[in-house]
Design a protein around this ligand. Structure first.
Ligand code: NI
Length: 226
């Protein structure tokens, strides 16, 4: 499943983040990648221990945790602290898959990467190229979203970022370990939840809606790993 989550950040939040990111120091993006990725990754990132990045990462996480669509789709157990990247002057990231297990920086914790997220912080009119191309079971999708919007996709997907040929593509990216490891189960829970919410809008909390809500939670109980 590839999901577009609109307006995770407000315009004001995007402007604030961009002001601080544009003034920050950027390092070679190969600092956080394994051997396969290092061969194809050409971009820059904020150092993962840079205080400004950690502070802005907390802003991103707070917004995500308050976003019902994101929470319904991701069912997050753990988040990798968000990182920030920048592509310009032909920079790109060739085809790769994200590593299955990552160490959480500054801790001894490891997490499984079930979902990958990119939160766009530059508008599509600010740069040429830079599409995030994701291959899933339904084909290849080129994603380029408004600033403040997020795309969520299974970390098992082959993906790439096309060269940025004008302007700068600025984004936040991070990984999620979901309560529900299996993509198909997570997708079913998401669709069930969305349909229950739509039904509740139409008919209110009638007995059948409460029953379906109970079934949803029982499935989460059955399938979640804590
Ligand atoms: Ni990647």
């Amino acid at each position: 499943m590839l999901l577009h989550v609109p307006e995770v950040l407000t315009r004001g939040q995007v402007a604030d983040l961009r002001g601080r990111l544009d003034a920050a120091d950027w390092v070679d993006g190969r600092a956080t990648v394994g051997a396969q990725g290092a061969q194809v990754k050409r971009n820059r990132q904020l150092d993962e221990f840079a205080p400004v990045g950690q502070e802005l990462g907390r802003v991103v996480l707070k917004a995500l945790l308050a976003n019902p669509l994101y929470m319904s789709a991701a069912l997050p157990l753990r988040h990798m602290p968000p990182l920030f990247n920048r592509y310009e002057g032909g920079e790109h990231y060739g085809p790769h898959v994200d590593g299955a297990i990552r160490s959480v920086p500054g801790t001894t914790l490891q997490m499984r990467t079930d979902l990958s997220c990119t939160l766009f912080l530059a508008g599509p009119d600010e740069y040429d190229g830079g599409e995030l191309e994701i291959v899933d079971t339904y084909g290849t999708h080129a994603v380029k979203l408004p600033a403040g919007d997020l795309v969520l996709y299974p970390s098992s997907s082959l993906h790439r970022v096309h060269p940025v040929t004008r302007g700068a593509r600025v984004a936040s990216f991070f990984w999620v370990q979901s309560l529900v490891r299996d993509t198909a189960r997570r997708q079913m829970l998401f669709e069930l939840d969305q349909n229950i919410q739509a039904l509740r809008e139409q008919v209110g909390d009638v007995e059948a809606v409460l029953g379906l809500t109970g079934q949803y939670h029982n499935l989460v109980r059955m399938w979640s790993e804590l």
